[in-house]
Design a protein around this ligand. Structure first.
Ligand code: GLU
Length: 501
């Protein structure tokens, strides 16, 4: 049987980075096994529906390169892929459970449910539930006659459909990540399968769809582990084979203290959403990884290693390497600490891998100066190993476009001297006479000029850098001279001499 997996987000807001990781692991697992990756939108909870969230999910996956094989936008043979368009399917399956006595109608009003909970609390029941014990005191098709039940339905009384769990039975399954999980039904309650608005709950829709879409492996966040026993029971109730389960470890705050939340990310000043997201209610803008300057490949590499450990020292994995190395048994049980410095490190590495032409394109899009491509390319390449994000390049290379208006005071005090400046002017004057030069011949000329007076190169280098950039550090100095050109180099040395001598 070929592998079929799904990412099944609910469009209740922006997609959290943990959701992207879930999607990624599903995707990697599908590709590794030559299977199918499905995007299903679980939008049956109308009270939590957020406008724009579905589009946001799709755009985020697209940016990250996690492309579904089947789903809301690209279709497939198992659609529709949006649960709100599958209402009739769930009704049919709920009816099947009712007919077989595995589910029942419940008519209890919110007041009646509240009264039951109060009664149980008074009797010191720690965890009041609607279950095998309590359901026999409630208003449902187990306590009412068939005629009474039908009369209520015909009269249009609101009702829900609940699963009928056995009183005391172990449910067991083997999770790929967590091993054997055993839960007794006495600790569960008769969860609602169909709500009074005729919509299925998450549990019902999820199981029916995973079955009908022939999902072989459910790979999802650990927060769904408590629901898994009920899901297993539902598969049994329908007489269906359950898929395999792999519950992924939580993403933790950098200090390992609790779940990584938007609040924690905001406080620590890093993104938590893949793309910019404007909260439709508060209007608050959250900057995404994309807009913060992360390259999608770096983001994916970083994310893949948050909770999955292929073993060995290797850290840089292209998407193909990830697919090749991926397996569910290397997913960690323990939560994964989120480390934004590591994310930045990955970005820097991927910036280095970027082709010269690509980095030139991106750099040119960021600057509004009117310069030719060859010069832009030279500037971009001189800067690429000196920044973490492409967006930092215009600022880091500002001196290429403007002569410095200020000079680093400390360097000026320690390294600037008239002798050096005179020597530098001599060098620049001679450079101006050359018809062509590159960083190597610039270096040769400077060495030659200095040798005449037996002046060590270390005496003039900091001064030259100061004159050209105003700063103490930066790209290769000979490269800067080559890019600025002889005339500009001369002018800047002259100006610095006037200001600093
Ligand atoms: N709709 C659920 C969510 O929002 C899906 C959980 C699952 O994968 O079963 O995460």
């Amino acid at each position: 049987m070929s592998v079929r997996v799904r990412f099944a987000p609910s469009p209740t807001g922006a997609l959290h980075i943990g959701g992207v990781r879930t999607a990624l692991y599903n995707y990697l697992f599908a590709k590794k096994n030559k299977g199918t990756f499905i995007l299903r939108i679980e939008d049956t909870d109308q009270t939590r529906f957020v406008v724009g969230a579905e589009e946001y999910i799709e755009q985020s996956l697209k940016w990250a390169g996690i492309t579904p094989d089947e789903g809301v936008s690209n279709g497939g043979n198992y659609g529709p892929y949006r649960q709100s368009e599958r209402k009739d399917i769930y009704k049919k399956y709920a009816q099947q459970l009712l007919d077989e006595g595995r589910a029942y109608y419940a008519f209890d009003t919110p007041e009646e449910l509240g009264a039951m909970r109060d009664r149980l609390k008074e009797a010191r029941v720690a965890n009041p539930q609607y279950n095998a014990v309590t359901r026999m005191q409630m208003s449902n098709s187990l306590t009412l006659s068939a005629e009474e039940t039908q009369a209520k339905i015909d009269a249009g009384e609101p009702y829900v459909i609940r699963i009928k769990l056995p009183r005391n039975e172990d449910i067991r399954f083997k999770d790929i990540v967590r091993g054997w999980v055993v839960v007794n039904t006495a600790t569960l309650d008769d969860k609602i399968l169909m709500k009074s608005d005729g919509m299925p709950t998450y549990h019902m829709a999820n199981i029916v769809d995973d079955h009908l879409m022939e999902i072989t492996h459910v790979i999802r966040g650990e927060e769904w582990l408590p629901s898994a026993p009920l899901h297993i029971y539902l598969y049994e109730s329908f007489g269906w084979k359950a898929p395999e389960f792999a519950h992924l470890p939580l993403l933790l705050k950098p200090d390992g203290n609790g779940k990584l939340s938007k609040r924690a990310a905001d406080q620590l000043g890093f993104p938590i959403f893949p793309l910019n997201w404007t909260d439709p209610v508060s209007g608050e803008l959250s900057v995404g990884f994309k807009e913060a300057g992360y390259l999608p490949d770096a983001f994916i590499n970083f994310l893949a290693l948050l909770g999955w450990n292929p073993g060995g020292e290797k850290e840089l994995f292209s998407i193909d390497d990830l697919i090749d190395a991926f397996s569910l048994d290397k997913i960690n049980k323990a939560g994964a600490k989120f480390d934004i410095e590591k994310a930045k490190w990955f970005n820097q590495q991927y910036l280095k891998f970027m082709s010269d032409e690509e980095i030139t394109d991106q750099f040119m899009a960021l600057i509004d100066a009117d310069i030719d491509r060859a010069k832009a390319k030279a500037i971009a390449l001189s800067l690429k190993e000196r920044v973490t994000f492409i967006q930092e390049m215009p600022e880091a290379g500002k001196f290429y476009f403007e002569a410095p208006s200020e000079y680093d005071e400390k360097v000026a005090r320690k390294k600037w001297n008239e002798e050096a400046s005179a020597k530098l002017l001599e060098f620049a004057t001679e450079l101006k006479e050359k018809s062509s030069y590159n960083k190597d011949s610039v270096k040769e000329l400077l060495t030659e000029v200095l040798e005449r007076d037996e002046m060590p190169i270390g005496r003039v280098m900091p001064a030259l850098r100061l004159a050209l950039t105003g700063q103490a550090g930066g790209p290769d100095l000979m490269e800067i001279v080559e890019i600025l050109g002889a005339d500009e180099t001369f002018e800047r040395i002259k100006k610095a001499s006037e200001v600093l001598n």
